[in-house]
Design a protein around this ligand. Sequence first.
Ligand code: DMJ
Length: 644
Amino acid sequence: MVFRKLPGVSASGMGLRLSQKFVFLLFLSGLVTLCFGALFFLPDSVRLKRIFLSKSENPAVTVGSDNELSKKVPVDQEHQRAGVKGGEANVKLKVSRKPSVTHGARTVERSVGSKAQDEWSPARAHEPAARDERVTSAAHNGQRGSAFSYEMFKKCLLKPALGKDQGKPSDSETLQRREKVKEMMKFAWDNYKQYAWGKNELRPLTRNGHIGNMFGGLRGASIVDSLDTLYIMGLMEEYEEAKEWVQNNLDLNSNGEASLFEVNIRYVGGLLSAFYLTGAEIFKQKVLELGEKLLPAFNTPTGIPRGVINLGSSGTSWSWGWASAGSSILAEFGTLHLEFVHLSELSGNPVFTEKVMNIRKLLNKIEKPHGLYPNFLSPVSGNWVQHHVSIGGLGDSFYEYLIKSYLMSDKTDEDAKKMYYSAMEAIETNLVQKSPGGLTYVAEWRGGILDHKMGHLACFSGGMIGIGADDGPAGQKQHYLDLAAEITHTCHESYSRSATKLGPEAFRFDGGAEATATRLSDRYYILRPEVIESYMYMWRLTHDPKYREWGWEAVEALEKHCRVDAGFSGIRDVYASTVSHDNMQQSFFLSETLKYLYLLFSDDDLLPLEDWVFNTEAHPLPIIRKRCLQEHGTRQDDGQTSLE
Ligand code: DMJ
């Protein structure tokens, strides 16, 4: 602006009188005050409040689809199958720029449809983090959390967790095999300890640690994942080292972006089972602290959490950049139930159970194509985003958690039961196939078109269908046991048809293929547990000796092809007789693969299935016997976790 000198006016400075200047300044400061105030009163001002207000006044913000930021995010192998390669990848993340807080009506209008609205409560889904924190702090202050009595809890187990003699098998060959598995665990642990202590995973070829960014700055994934395996194997010195590390070094005040799913199954699951097995308070303390940090992830319009969460104070969350249209992944938000119910059990705080019950209710009510659950759902609208259905990666553990929720509730969770068996019916009708060579497999479904492929991850389903056989519709028990055995057989075939006797990441049943990988990119094996997991369950359910034989074949193959001088490594091509190693000892190798092998060669009274369910990372969680717990008074205010 140009200030012109007015004739006849004694001027100073820029040609304005003092009084004029004063009036102008007064006007300016009024304008500034007005604008600043408006930020706080306009309806869409949450973002600005976030900048100006302290954390306690700041409702968690999430959601979004507006901006794309390039971020480095973790990618587990499941996600490789969605087209992202490597342990981590530079991907575009859809980042939230809108508050997800309490504009419930608006989002629900667009979401689950009117029928769903009646029973599914958006109000509960939108509880801001601030409220969660208050409730949880109350539990921490001893008002409810301290009421949990470990001694009383143990009285409600039907059998001792470790059996009468730590599951020691009576025949010498099985015992020797079990000892071998224990030696493998010690070898994997010792090398992790020597070369990667405190890091997340061991790189056995380069003899160093891998941090990655799947866990949002949390460290020691291999330690937390190993606690229960070390304990049940009787590797007590190693268990004590691990416990001490958790006590002194597991820092939960990280500010990074983590996969909600991975942190839940490995850290929450690992700490919960370590607590239930040992009664050491430190595990309970840590897991409740961590559980609180995950709560803001649920602050989306539907209460369906996004895949990536900032574990720091902001509590913001994002969808994976590779997931269609900012969607959340079925296997991720559907794999929280077991752990969150136990967080409520331990803390006495129902908020954890409420969060996962809300997910359950939404999924129960939403319309499903042919009764199937697609893998991608919008956390904003609550609608399916794509019609891709798979019992392997992206879908897998959702189904697993339905049947396990039912079992873990002491068979009282009727909704979980119904959802599981109707999902199974839809899967059998639409996905289960028989190959020309007579192998039963579970294909994938893309909007009605079958993709005749089965992922290694889908091989957990033999065990899942097996443990669900007892409680299905009348007369179906044998049918489910047969189906479980057939799928486990097919998965074993995928191992025995390779040069290394280890199975590929995915195998196909088309173009002349039968349980073999046809694409170069599907030929790798990264120490995954799913096939062995099914052997373990099928052994427990049938005691057919072939499952122990198959497990032993896997031990021999792991020793021959995956054991290197400083640990165990995945391999790039299971069909090549000269293997190339991927230089990664995955934490799930210690938590799952070796634990399932050890259980396979143990008596059934080591972690008996009458008392324990395994989370998807093989961390055992106890069945909750509400009546018994009430009678023994494990807490004064029992019933807090009930949503009825
Ligand atoms: C594990 O982290 C869990 O089993 C998960 O459910 C699937 N992927 C890995 C092992 O393959």
